[in-house]
Design a protein around this ligand. Structure first.
Ligand SMILES: C[S@@+](CC[C@H](N)C(=O)[O-])C[C@H]1O[C@@H](n2cnc3c(N)ncnc32)[C@H](O)[C@@H]1O
Length: 633
């Protein structure tokens, strides 16, 4: 039974460097000698595709190498469960994670790689007035706890990144780069990311996204009309818009059409009681010249006068003679009320046009809301002027409609006041969808009594949205038939790992060894440990978890039995056998589709015999395909 230490790769967040090396090895085994890469061989294998020029096209800045390394360093933290701040802890699939998103994204790598359908982020725009998170590559978790006042209670002053800093754009790029790199790994192959930004950083962001996602995956630069009126005191040309950059993870992404609005539907009517239903009329003329398209220049017959009708001098018909004949046969030409038009129009039936409208890159405030609407929405829920920069719910809703299926996971790792969760819950209510959200928000101090951090604002807003939707539904849904939607969320908080790091004291090695014999931090609960295991062994944070008493010990089964954990503090020789047998019986009952990992508390075994016996019974009774590993903590 292998004892897991905090330094063990199994107990760390994903080792992305090792994963990259493995991928390379499987593609080019001949480029590896004694486990190391031979670049000369690799270059040879890649032929003329290696770029060795010193001056290259692409985005570069001071610190890029470090930022790349930062993305690859595993996290030393964990996520601690907070059922008391959650809603419907036992059943929900939604998550709200409080912490610095860089560490959280690292921690999510094993469990959520390739699972997220849509990412939306609204990062600091780097206007010179906003806060840009200063990562510390030496000890980012400690840095986080200090910054947010969780170590000495005060917190370091969270200052804005000012244009005078001399590293203005560099600081922002250094912050964004590792986060976007890690976020990309979480997207499904048919996933998509939307990023809000204004003109301050649009150029850097576009280059950064091209670098990380590939310029071939650029989908659109959406222009959102965020204001409805020009500021009269603007000294220059008053900005009225934000950008939303959209990139797909790969060519497997397919955008959805947008639902037709009532206004758009109202353009289809049935003035002539056509049995095919409502229709609207479309142009029958094309603006090409008859010299360019001579076959489209011909005469058709007016149904009222019987005269020849030609396209205008400078135009042609839209369709060939043959196609026109078919259109006539099918009675699809519209000549106006009482056949009063000189030239016909084409009838397009609502039942035959595609089921929605093509999304444009121009999003008006009438369609998706403006900044003031976002303000109003949050004010109604949590009070005025509590949060400065909320987006309108309709804006998020448009992105969800365009890029996400009804069951997709949506991630927002600059969650702010939680507008993304609001839009997910709203849209699920409206169309019966089952979309799930993962929010990540820094507990950035606000200086307010009621909501001490922005994470508190976010949680409270989502709670109130849930209350509001539940109140609207009260009496409408028959809750007994499973119609109840997921209107909860699990709260987790970033913290140091539950396992003490190996930090030997050279002055007193005996003491160090003794301290390390049980390396679980004393103030951490069984639940804390369970969730650390879950994360580090790659299970989702909302995986089903059941608990039973087996042979007098508390045992947990996670993810329908792929992880079976007993963290009891004492397992004697006599108890080892019945415990192992009952665990095996429970596993048979659960019948997981994957192999199981068993985990125990190392200090629980009274001696090595108890430990070896227990492991031997599990090993003898499970085929290799059903037993992933047996570990102790
Ligand atoms: C512009 S706001 C997002 C507003 C959000 N879209 C809404 O509608 O409410 C950006 C948020 O990112 C948060 N943030 C900044 N750095 C962060 C970090 N390193 N980790 C997590 N959140 C961070 C800030 O606290 C801020 O609330």
């Amino acid at each position: 039974m292998k004892k897991l230490t905090p330094n063990d790769p199994e107990m760390q967040s994903a080792d992305l460097v090792a994963e990259n090396v493995e991928r390379l090895k499987s593609l080019f085994p001949e480029a590896f000698t004694e486990g190391r890469i031979d670049f000369e061989v690799l270059k040879g294998l890649l032929g003329g595709h290696v770029d060795e020029r010193e001056e290259k096209y692409g985005l570069d800045w001071h610190g890029k190498r470090q930022a790349r390394r930062l993305a690859l360093t595993p996290s030393t933290g964990t996520l601690r469960p907070c059922p008391e701040e959650s809603v419907d802890w036992d059943t929900t699939q939604n998550l709200m994670i409080e912490g610095d998103n860089l560490e959280v994204l690292k921690l999510l790598q094993k469990s959520y790689a390739n699972k997220v359908k849509l990412i939306y982020i609204d990062p600091p725009y780097n206007t010179g007035k906003d806060f840009v998170y200063p990562d510390d590559y030496r000890d980012n978790i400690r840095n986080y706890l200090e910054l947010t006042g969780q170590v000495d209670g005060e917190g370091r002053r969270i200052s804005s990144n000012t244009e005078a800093s001399g590293r203005f754009h560099t600081d922002w790029l250094n912050m964004m780069y590792p986060r976007l790199r890690l976020a990309r790994n979480l997207l499904r192959d048919d996933g998509v990311i939307f990023v809000s930004i204004d003109d301050n950083e649009i150029c850097d962001l576009r280059a950064l996204m091209d670098d990380i996602f590939g310029c071939e995956n650029f989908i659109a630069n959406i222009v959102w009309q965020k204001k409805y009126a020009v500021s009269n005191d603007d000294p220059g040309i008053a900005p009225m818009h934000d950008h939303i950059l959209v990139y797909q993870r790969s060519e497997k992404f397919e955008r959805n059409l947008l639902p037709r609005t009532d206004k758009q539907k109202s353009r289809y009517t049935n003035t002539d009681n056509d049995p095919r239903g409502n229709w609207s009329s479309d142009n029958y003329i094309s603006n090409k010249s008859r010299f360019e398209r001579p076959t489209l220049w011909y005469a058709i017959t007016h149904p009222k006068t019987g005269e020849d009708v030609w396209p205008e001098e400078s135009a042609v018909w839209r369709y060939s003679r043959e196609k026109h004949a078919q259109i006539e046969r099918e009675n699809r030409l519209y000549w106006g009320p009482d056949l009063s038009y000189k030239r016909p129009r084409l009838k397009r039936f609502l039942s035959e046009v595609q089921d929605g409208v093509v999304p444009p890159t121009w999003w008006t405030f009438q369609e998706v809301g403006h900044n003031d609407e976002g303000q109003k929405e949050t004010a109604e829920l949590i009070g005025p002027k509590i949060f400065n920069t909320p987006k309108p719910v309709r804006l998020l809703r448009r992105m969800l409609e365009l890029g996400c299926d009804k069951n997709g996971i949506i991630l927002d790792f600059f969650a702010g006041s939680g507008t993304t969760a609001h839009a997910v819950l709203d849209l699920n209510k409206q169309d019966g969808g089952n979309r799930r959200f993962i929010l990540v928000q820094l507990p950035e101090p606000t200086g307010q009594k009621e909501y001490p951090t922005i994470a508190d604002i976010c949680k409270e807003r989502v709670r109130r949205v849930i209350k509001k939707l539940d109140a609207e539904d009260a009496g409408k849904l028959d809750l007994s038939d499973g119609a109840k939607q997921d209107r909860g969320f699990r709260v987790f908080k970033l913290d140091t790992s539950n396992l003490k790091p190996w930090d030997p004291n050279p002055e007193n090695l005996n003491r160090t060894l003794l301290d390390q014999s049980d390396h679980i931090l004393p103030d951490r609960s069984e639940q804390d440990l369970l969730f650390e295991l879950l994360l580090k062994l790659g299970q989702e944070l909302t995986a089903p978890l059941t608990t039973r008493i087996l042979a007098g010990k508390t045992v947990h089964a996670i993810g329908s039995g792929v992880l079976i954990v007993c963290l009891d503090r004492e397992i004697t020789r006599d108890q080892a056998e019945p415990l192992a047998l009952e665990m095996l019986a429970w596993r048979r009952e659960l019948a997981p589709t994957d192999a199981t990992t068993f985990v125990f508390r190392d200090a629980a075994f009274v001696d090595d015999v108890a430990k070896t016996n227990l492991a031997a019974i599990l090993e003898q009774n499970l085929p290799a395909s059903a037993l992933a590993r047996i570990r102790s903590l």
